[in-house]
Design a protein around this ligand. Structure first.
Ligand code: ZN
Ligand code: ZN
Length: 279
């Protein structure tokens, strides 16, 4: 597959300059590359673009777009966090940066009765465990319900073009808190998928957990992908690259899986808007 719409550079928590990703994308024969730095959030953190660096990000990507326009289609996007009552609306970011598209993701779960946020991402399961304890008294079901509730609210109120790593909540769960086979969990996922299917958002198939060895499957995993296929929800493929050599991480294997499930096409962004490409 020759595109990637979900990448992070030194402007946020990625490890290389934007140009290094373009060089790699050209080597791989990509026709399209989207930059999706983590949008600024109104609190201190180590992952997002800083508020006062936002304009630099926008102009850097825009000038690369122009510079490489004869070689590859570069697009300007953001991966935007949705935390009810805390984050800015997606449409404000779109307006502020004149973005080509948005990726909506939940990395921080809020319990409105408590101070702080549950950080479900990152390399350490200790952070996950501590947050779950602090925000939900260790009640995993309550925490996971709140996570999917946030995903649904984001889908309905923010209309992201792409929904990032839908079941990322499973990342630090393997053989630990719950089984993805439990009916309460399956019901939550199904409810979220029904919501998504009514909105027109594209669900991302994200390979990062696989090449970082933090997950045994894509986000979302095969069982959810089968339901997505059944509901005819459009999908895209991305690696959520944080360095150039991750740009096509586990693409080949994942395409195989998607074909097996019955998917025929992937969505990508183009100069004429969203398009489907056969797999
Ligand atoms: Zn993310
Ligand atoms: Zn990302």
């Amino acid at each position: 597959m020759n595109f990637n719409l979900h990448t992070h550079t030194l402007f946020c928590d990625g490890k290389a300059e934007p140009e290094a990703y373009i060089k790699k994308a050209l080597e791989l024969g990509f026709h399209t590359l989207g930059f999706s730095g983590h949008a600024p959030v109104p609190f201190d953190n180590s992952f997002s673009i800083k508020e006062d660096d936002f304009d630099n990000y926008i102009s850097a990507i825009n000038s690369l777009k122009e510079k490489h326009k004869d070689q590859i289609n570069i697009f300007l996007a953001l991966e935007i966090d949705f935390i009810p009552g805390i984050t800015k609306s997606f449409s404000e970011f779109v307006k502020q940066g004149n973005l080509d598209y948005t990726i909506g993701g939940v990395h921080l779960v809020r319990n409105s009765d408590k101070q702080g946020l549950w950080f479900i991402d990152g390399p350490n399961y200790e952070t996950y465990d501590e947050g779950l304890q602090k925000l939900f008294n260790g009640n995993i079901r309550k925490g996971v319900e709140t996570y999917y509730g946030q995903v649904r609210e984001m889908t309905i109120t923010q209309s992201p073009d792409i929904i990032a790593h839908l079941d990322k909540i499973k990342m630090h769960n393997k053989d630990r808190y719950f089984s993805e086979e439990e009916s309460w969990y399956k019901d939550l996922v199904w409810k979220s998928l029904k919501t998504i299917s009514e909105t027109g958002s594209i669900v991302e198939v994200n390979t990062r957990g696989l090449y970082k060895k933090r997950s045994g499957s894509t986000f979302p995993g095969p069982a959810i992908l089968e339901q997505i296929h059944h509901l005819k929800i459009p999908i895209t493929l991305s690696s959520d690259a944080h360095q150039p050599d991750e740009l096509d991480g586990f693409y080949k294997e994942t395409i195989g899986l998607l074909k097996e499930i019955g998917f025929k096409e992937l969505m990508y962004f183009s100069l004429d808007g969203w398009k489907a490409q056969g797999i």
